[in-house]
Design a protein around this ligand. Structure first.
Ligand SMILES: [Fe+2]
Length: 302
């Protein structure tokens, strides 16, 4: 197990875990509104705005920023805001636009190829973290999801902090954590990756600790295609426990609908998307930027 013995996430570090757990749960926000920080100029946050963003992220691994951009198609603003928190290494992905940011909008009505990919449809997307299938050097540690135009109906997101998922699982059975940290807990089947080419089947852990920050990273999808869980009782029970947990609307679970000019900035927390309707005249449009960096404080204000 590649986790430092003094990490609170190490299954044998009970004292460290309990200290971290107490601090984590103290004053945890209960309402979606608690996550929102208004920012006036996304290119240059004031120190007050900056601190408010980091404070949310430190608590919950996520923040909802609210700009006055409205429906402006301004990717530069999204990139600039993210970069102020150390997010600069964008993940290449063949459906992304040339600048590395994806324009998530339905394309399932014109017979285009990307209409095969759920993000580019009107369908519901079940619980997952982004890029769970990415190979190790391309882990998605953070992402920004910015709303340009909201759906006419639906399209809400549910959000859940991976740290809380860890706490729930460890408290109910520490063996779940051991099973999910095993280097072969889940396997992404052999495939052709559009960036890396042909890839063999790749086993990996579900929970892991980011060596640079010591933060907890989670790879998960509720989909049953394109993923194989280790076939042993502890892993199977742990995966079932995650499913049950996410279906239970646990404390710290949020549901919200991003409005134009608003966005989610997060350390790749668990999320869903509801199915939605829009019209050809007014397509839902969200920008999604995925990063190989984790959110961090570049100003030294916290
Ligand atoms: Fe996602």
């Amino acid at each position: 197990m590649m986790i430092p013995a003094d990490s609170p996430f190490h299954p044998d570090n009970e004292a460290g875990y309990q200290r971290w757990r107490t601090a984590k749960l103290a004053g945890y926000p209960t309402r979606g509104e608690d996550l929102i920080v208004e920012v006036r100029d996304p290119h240059a946050l004031t120190d007050t705005e900056y601190r408010a963003v980091l404070e949310r992220v430190a608590r919950t691994n996520m923040v909802i920023y609210a700009t006055s951009l409205g429906e402006a198609e301004d990717k530069a603003a999204v990139r600039a805001l993210s970069a102020q928190f150390g997010l600069t290494r964008l993940d290449a992905n063949w459906l992304a636009d040339e600048d590395g940011i994806s324009s998530l909008t339905p394309r399932d009505e014109g017979g285009e190829k990307r209409g095969d990919y759920i993000p580019y449809t009107h369908h519901r997307i079940r619980w997952h973290t982004d890029g769970y299938y990415n190979p190790e050097p391309r882990r998605i540690l953070a992402m920004t999801l910015h709303c340009v135009r909201e759906a006419e109906q639906g399209g809400d997101n549910e959000l859940y902090d991976q740290d809380l998922a860890y706490i729930q699982l460890r408290d109910s059975n520490p063996e779940f954590i051991r099973a999910l940290m095993a280097p072969d807990a889940m396997t992404i089947p052999a495939r052709v990756d559009e960036i890396d080419g042909e890839r063999p089947a790749e086993p990996g852990p579900v929970f892991l600790v980011d060596p640079a920050s010591g933060g907890l990273h989670l790879r998960y999808t509720a989909r049953t295609k394109s993923i194989a869980w280790k076939d042993d009782p502890d892993t199977q029970a742990a995966v079932k426990a995650i499913e049950d947990l996410l279906a239970s609307q646990p404390a710290g679970w949020f549901r919200l609908k991003l409005q134009p000019g608003m966005g989610l900035l997060c350390n790749n927390v668990l999320h869903t998307r509801d199915g939605f309707t829009d019209t050809p005249e007014r397509r839902r449009l969200l920008y999604r930027a995925r990063y190989h960096d984790r959110i961090r404080d570049l100003r030294g204000l916290t």
